[in-house]
Design a protein around this ligand. Structure first.
Ligand code: BG6
Ligand code: MG
Length: 215
């Protein structure tokens, strides 16, 4: 496979912010007395903030108005950003920086395909923004993963076709989006959860060009 571009998910692939999303949602769920654990959280990975809130509220019995939901999502985001306050380049997941350097050296384009509206803020904190030839985040899309829109838009901005690009994802919904879009997908995490991916690695530490060229 001749790869022209690599499109990265952000949360859980470049940095372990997935744990902060979980902690912030958990705090809200506890306040609402809705049972919510790490297993439930898998459903929230890769999906938008509003959809995540809906998934949590469905686990409870009470109905809330749109204004109440807006406030809840705002509160969750404030809590999430507090957790993210201390993030810096030291929090980049294993192997990611080296892999990005390799991609740049070989002139393989680098894209971001994230549902997060905080993506740019996080990339800036990690000092990684300049690596990206295209950044498509939650502010630029109307359809959340598993819809492939975010990756198709990134491919379009990079001027490559889906079959010329690899998507790297840690979420079930994200892998599904990549598959639907016609991308080669690399899952990071549990092969049972990411069963639809073309290949799954247990850690980002295994990402490198030698491995990629063998796929
Ligand atoms: C995704 C995360 O990257 O972004 C989800 O996997 C999160 O857990 C979503 O809900 C939206 O993020 P944000 O930062 O816009 O609330
Ligand atoms: Mg993710």
């Amino acid at each position: 496979m001749k790869i022209k571009a690599c499109i990265f998910d952000l949360d859980g692939v470049i940095v372990d912010t997935a744990k902060f999303h979980f902690k912030a949602w958990k705090q809200l769920a506890d306040e609402l007395q809705i049972p919510f654990n790490e297993h439930d959280n898998e459903q929230l990975k890769g999906v938008s903030r509003t959809t995540s809130l809906e998934i949590i509220l469905q686990k409870g019995t009470k109905k809330y108005s749109d204004d109440e939901k807006l406030l809840m999502a705002k509160k969750k985001n404030e809590c999430y950003l507090e957790y993210c306050a201390t993030i810096d380049a030291g929090d980049i997941l294993p192997g990611i920086k080296l892999f990005l350097d390799e991609l740049k050296e070989k002139k393989i384009l680098v894209g971001l395909g994230s549902a997060s509206k905080n993506a740019l803020l996080i990339l800036n904190k990690l000092n990684l923004t300049s690596y990206f030839d295209a950044i498509v985040d939650g502010n630029k899309i109307t359809e959340a993963k598993p819809n492939p829109q975010v990756f198709l838009k990134a491919a379009e901005e990079l001027n490559v076709l889906p079959h010329e690009a690899v998507v790297i994802e840690d979420a079930e919904a994200g892998v599904e989006a990549a598959v639907k879009g016609g991308f080669f997908s690399i899952g990071i995490g549990d092969p049972k959860i990411l069963a639809k991916a073309n290949v799954v690695f247990s850690s980002t530490a295994y990402l490198n060009l030698v491995v990629l060229n063998r796929l």
